[in-house]
Design a protein around this ligand. Structure first.
Ligand code: PLP
Ligand code: COI
Length: 345
């Protein structure tokens, strides 16, 4: 029988949606209420809803995987619950008990389990979202919210699959500044990144690397992933300065790297240090990390009209080792010695 999402080869990231969605309302004084699962579909909103004017919105991204033995797995879902609440605090939105968040994801995925694709590299992407739904035009925190979860069966995020991507280093536009909201998952950060992404795409590059807002000197992160630099057996990633998203995959790669015997440094790293490292070949590999992007090898940085190829634009062995270990745990192919898998049953 054909799966409900059709031809797995044709899945484009985030274009097809599973049959059901989770919904829950919040109002001041009453708290969270009316939790229910219903058919995926449109909902009506007052045109004055706060989110539509002042962007009081936060979201998360995690995946459900079908393991070889038929088990269904989530990867560290409590971390998404925790990060959503961190985002909520920063945008004056109500928190959701971690257990309720994880249970909502669990119930929904189990109901739509036939929407988890099982071809290699595919998964069911889960998108929990919270929006401010009170209708008013004054600028203050909403007194009403809607939390919902939708899901999308997905293949690779990048059309390149597990192959090198080329990255445009943006030295003019800024995505986020320290003291702002770059360290939480809120829609405005992504809106702010669109112009840079379009500029990069027009020039033929697949992603943007953002630098710090103040000096345009220190590496921050890529549009939808954190970034790692391999210097021999040392792995370096930008420290969490306050304008970078604390990626769950980033945190996992750091733990895996330590477990695999690499020295890990979380510190400021300048674009000059990166380019010098590429030129001298001391910097041997670069890769990005993210839920959607998984581990994504970088083959080229373009900075101020110059191309800098990394590892001759080939996937490096350390990048591949991290990819295999991470994906091995996510799909239950290898033993989860880190205790990250959450079995749905
Ligand atoms: N940075 C940004 C801006 C992102 O959108 C994402 C994706 O969620 C990441 C980093 C990686 O975070 P995670 O590994 O938690 O998916
Ligand atoms: C994720 O990796 O979960 C993301 O949110 C990236 C993205 C599609 C914005």
């Amino acid at each position: 029988m054909k799966p409900p999402y059709g031809d797995v080869e044709k899945l484009v990231f985030g274009r097809t949606f599973a049959e059901h969605m989770f919904k829950m309302k919040y109002s001041e004084g009453r708290g969270w209420h009316d939790a229910k699962i219903e058919k995926y579909g449109s909902f009506t909103m007052d045109p004055a809803s706060c989110v539509l004017h002042y962007s009081q919105e936060i979201f998360e991204g995690l995946k459900a995987y079908k393991a070889l033995n038929g088990k269904m797995l989530l990867f560290r879902p409590e971390q998404n619950a925790r990060r959503l609440n961190r985002s909520a605090r920063k945008l004056c939105m109500p928190e959701i008990p971690e257990e309720d968040f994880v249970n909502a994801v669990k119930e929904l995925v189990l109901l739509d389990k036939e929407w988890i694709p099982d071809a290699p590299g595919t998964s069911l992407y889960v998108r929990p979202t919270m929006i401010a739904s009170e209708a008013f035009l004054g600028v203050h925190p909403s007194k009403e919210y809607l939390f919902y979860i939708i899901m999308s069966p997905v293949g690779p995020y990048f059309k390149e699959g597990f192959n090198t991507v080329s990255i445009y280093v943006e030295d003019q536009l800024v995505r986020a500044a320290v003291g702002g909201v770059g360290d939480i998952k809120t829609g405005g950060n992504y809106a702010a990144s669109l112009l840079g992404a379009m500029k990069a795409e027009e020039k033929g590059f697949s992603q943007v690397l953002w630098l710090d807002a103040k000096e345009h000197k220190y590496v921050e992160e890529v549009g939808a992933m954190n970034v790692f630099f391999v210097f021999g057996d040392k792995v370096v990633t930008p420290q969490l300065t306050g304008s970078i998203l604390p990626g769950i995959t980033r945190n996992s790669v750091i733990a895996l790297a330590k477990d695999m015997g690499y020295e890990v440094e979380e510190r400021r790293i300048s674009i000059d240090e990166v380019l010098d490292g590429i030129k001298s070949k001391e910097l041997t590999e670069i890769f990005g990390s993210g839920t959607a992007a998984i581990i994504s090898p970088v083959g080229l940085f373009h900075y101020k009209d110059n191309n800098y190829y990394i590892n001759d634009n080939k996937v490096g062995s350390i990048t591949r080792a991290f990819y295999e270990r991470l994906v091995g745990i996510q799909y239950g192919k290898i033993e989860d010695t880190m205790g990250w898998s959450y079995e749905l049953k």
